[in-house]
Design a protein around this ligand. Structure first.
Ligand SMILES: C[S@@+](CC[C@H](N)C(=O)[O-])C[C@H]1O[C@@H](n2cnc3c(N)ncnc32)[C@H](O)[C@@H]1O
Length: 186
């Protein structure tokens, strides 16, 4: 029985922790303040790599400082780019070998909330993620619903992931965000 009081950010990390192994490759599609990037960098150590995306320089700077402070910056490549460009930016040698892609949608906590993820580019990036993932890989999407556009985005994500052939979808609800974890078949 899932503990409904546990923050879904933590639930997502627990699911990913069970799955990721040293040497794995992972993508943080929304680096933000770098909490997920740091978590992924630790989970794939030693030997693994993380590719992280954000469109806001402020977010990338926060992430860089966090990773450097924890001594793990060398295993993370930060891209100042939208996640919709992941097919072009993640090295071709990694395509089909990514163990997990993580999205934490919405706005940057602590910012003016003007820049948020958008349904169209989120769906584009999710589509790319399905190509980049290894067999057995995980696609984790935490979607917030209480900001303008958030509800529509989370509905669109749920519909997209629910219709994906070759994936099993797990959904964790909360009064705030909703967590989608799509498990790619082996
Ligand atoms: C909720 S925050 C992410 C929190 C982050 N995962 C953490 O652990 O701190 C959402 C982030 O998505 C970023 N974002 C918005 N549109 C994006 C896009 N098209 N590609 C990549 N990042 C984007 C925002 O700039 C913001 O920093």
């Amino acid at each position: 029985m899932p503990d409904s009081r546990k923050p879904l950010t933590r639930v997502a990390h627990e699911i990913l922790e069970q799955h990721l192994e040293p040497g794995d490759l992972a993508i943080d599609a929304t680096a933000g303040n770098g909490h997920d990037t740091l978590f992924l960098a630790r989970a794939v150590a030693p030997g693994g790599s993380v590719y992280a995306f954000d469109i806001q320089p402020q977010a990338l700077q926060q992430t860089r400082v966090r990773l450097e402070g924890e001594g793990v910056a060398d295993r993370v490549t930060l891209f100042h780019a939208g996640h919709e460009a992941m097919m072009e930016l993640v090295p071709e040698s990694a395509h089909g070998h990514i163990a997990a892609v993580v999205f934490n949608l919405g706005y940057l906590p602590g910012s003016d909330k003007q820049t948020t993820t958008l349904t169209e580019t989120t769906l584009e990036a999710l589509q790319h993620s399905t190509t980049l993932l290894a067999p057995g890989g995980l696609l984790s999407v935490l979607a917030y619903r209480h900001h303008p556009g958030g509800w529509e985005e989370s509905e669109a994500v749920g519909e997209f992931l629910g219709r994906l052939p070759g994936f099993r979808l797990e959904i964790r609800e909360s009064p705030g965000p909703v967590l989608f974890v799509a498990h790619r078949d082996e």
